[in-house]
Design a protein around this ligand. Structure first.
Ligand SMILES: Cc1cc2nc3c(=O)[nH]c(=O)nc-3n(C[C@H](O)[C@H](O)[C@H](O)COP(=O)(O)OP(=O)(O)OC[C@H]3O[C@@H](n4cnc5c(N)ncnc54)[C@H](O)[C@@H]3O)c2cc1C
Length: 441
């Protein structure tokens, strides 16, 4: 059979601009390995985010004699998995967790992903500022407090330990009296995400060959696959798509993923005087109860991270205008909490695209003859994606486990209407959530 029976052309290629504050804190990586003109491999994996790295690692364990080629359009750590807020979550809920059985199942998977990451970081001594500080949720007004009560109720029903915080406790944790109440929870971890991703890539098993800065522009299907990049081609027997939100651009899972951008800024290290509000605070990591609120981290190196803003981005790009709007929003958020820091510069502001689904569903498993796919989405995406990636490798080789059966129990991501209906529905939903979480921005 001819390999060129059918050709898929990537509609959109990843382009995260030139900024990612976490990545910029790292030393420049060694030059990326270059693709030869005609590579052949047993397995090709597109996408070296948390999912793709996890698939590659586990597949290499199952198939030590096989060659595994892992390809990414950008440098590892530059994509969504290396530009997030660094919360490695075991559980997370905005408001009331409605179906406890589902949350419990999900927690087993997310906790498994977290434990894998913890083990890999310890085993390979990955320098990614891993911290077990956990998280604090903060509410800043009546609506936030109502959400917080629901989070507490969910934790009670799930049997999760937490501590309620009043305004004074919140100030002791965060150095601001902005929050009226909160919840302190443990069990999740914090990382420098770009450093974690780079460390995971550097410690992949020897039969994985990683090619970065290598966007796959075409996939030729037939008796196997031929991936076409600018520098060369890769002929593979089996193909795994771990390309995140871009999976739809390789002609799979169309109308099942909502591309949503969110934005983060990092300050320069604060001066001794500016650190006054955080005098007795080594570290904190705050999640809002509203999805529209601000995620904030105060880190040991004297920097603040702030993340907020959600926009629907059908073309998976953020324009310079989006970034300056985000930067202004971040400045206002910092000023409201710590007026002393109103003028502190951000060294970086960046955006990233995430995948949302309609039903908290999954993209996982077989997508076609010898093609498999995994996309992480919604709640706890990095721990969730790390576990889903590992389990996909189990699935493709036919291994069985209780966790794999749990993963297979997650419903397929639901079908979505096309634009402009989807845009309208998402923006409508965003307006509604924004209104109920305005004080937490
Ligand atoms: C600002 C921000 C804050 C966030 N905070 C958190 C948080 O605190 N905790 C959390 O769990 N999650 C967080 N997230 C979400 C989380 O980072 C992502 O959902 C997750 O990393 C997605 O992982 P992935 O492996 O599915 O996709 P990605 O990390 O996007 O990896 C997919 C890879 O595929 C590559 N690719 C795509 N198409 C091609 C192609 N044609 N050729 C070659 N390569 C291709 C891309 O370059 C990319 O590197 C945040 C996201 C953002 C943007």
């Amino acid at each position: 059979m001819d390999i060129h029976q059918r050709v898929t052309t990537a509609r959109v290629l990843p382009d995260n601009g030139n900024n990612n504050g976490w990545y910029n804190l790292l030393p420049p990586p060694p030059p990326a390995r270059r693709l030869g003109p005609r590579e052949t491999t047993h397995w090709a994996i597109i996408g070296a985010g948390c999912c793709g790295l996890a698939v590659a690692r586990q597949l290499a364990v199952h198939r030590p004699q096989d060659r595994i080629v892992l390809i990414d359009a950008e440098r590892v750590g530059f994509g969504a998995s290396g530009r997030n807020s660094g919360f490695m979550l075991n559980v997370h809920t905005h408001g009331m967790a409605k179906k406890l059985g589902i949350v419990r199942r999900n927690m087993r998977l997310w906790e498994g992903g977290l434990e894998d990451l913890r083990r890999l970081v310890a085993t390979h001594q990955i320098q990614c500022d891993w911290s077990d500080w956990g998280r604090v949720y903060g509410a800043a007004g009546p609506e936030g407090e109502a959400h917080m009560a629901e989070v507490a109720q969910s934790y009670d029903r799930l049997g999760l330990a937490y501590r309620r915080l009043d305004r004074a406790d919140m100030e002791r944790h965060t150095g601001t009296s902005y929050y009226t109440m909160g919840i302190r929870a443990h069990g999740s971890a914090l990382v420098q995400p770009a450093a974690l991703m780079r460390g995971l890539a550097e410690t992949l098993p020897a039969n994985v060959d990683l090619y970065e800065n290598c966007p796959v522009r075409e996939i030729h299907h037939g008796n196997g696959f031929e991936l076409v990049a600018a520098e060369g081609t890769v002929r593979a027997e089996k193909l795994i798509l771990a390309s995140g939100v871009f999976i739809t651009d390789l002609d799979h899972c169309r109308n099942r993923i909502v591309p949503v951008a969110t934005y983060a800024s990092l300050t320069r290290p604060l001066t001794a005087k500016e650190r006054a509000p955080f005098r007795d605070i080594d570290e904190f990591a705050l999640l809002p109860t509203s999805p529209f609120g601000s995620t904030i981290r105060w880190m040991g190196d004297g920097r603040l991270l702030i993340r907020n803003g959600l926009t629907y981005e059908a073309d998976k790009r953020f324009e310079p205008g989006d970034l300056s709007t985000a930067r202004n929003l971040h400045r206002e958020s910092v000023k409201r909490r710590w007026p002393l820091l109103a003028a502190v510069e951000f060294t970086d502001t960046w955006g990233g695209i995430m995948a949302f689904t309609r039903n908290d569903g999954a993209i996982f498993g077989k997508l076609g003859e010898n093609v498999y796919g995994v996309v992480t989405s919604d709640i706890s995406p990095v721990t969730r994606g790390t576990m889903a990636g590992k389990l996909l490798a189990d699935y493709v080789v036919g291994a069985d486990s209780e966790l794999l059966r749990l993963q297979l129990g997650i419903p397929k991501a639901g079908l979505l209407p096309p634009d402009p209906l989807l845009r309208f529905a998402v923006n409508f939903q965003f307006r509604r959530i924004r209104a109920s979480g305005a004080l937490e921005v």
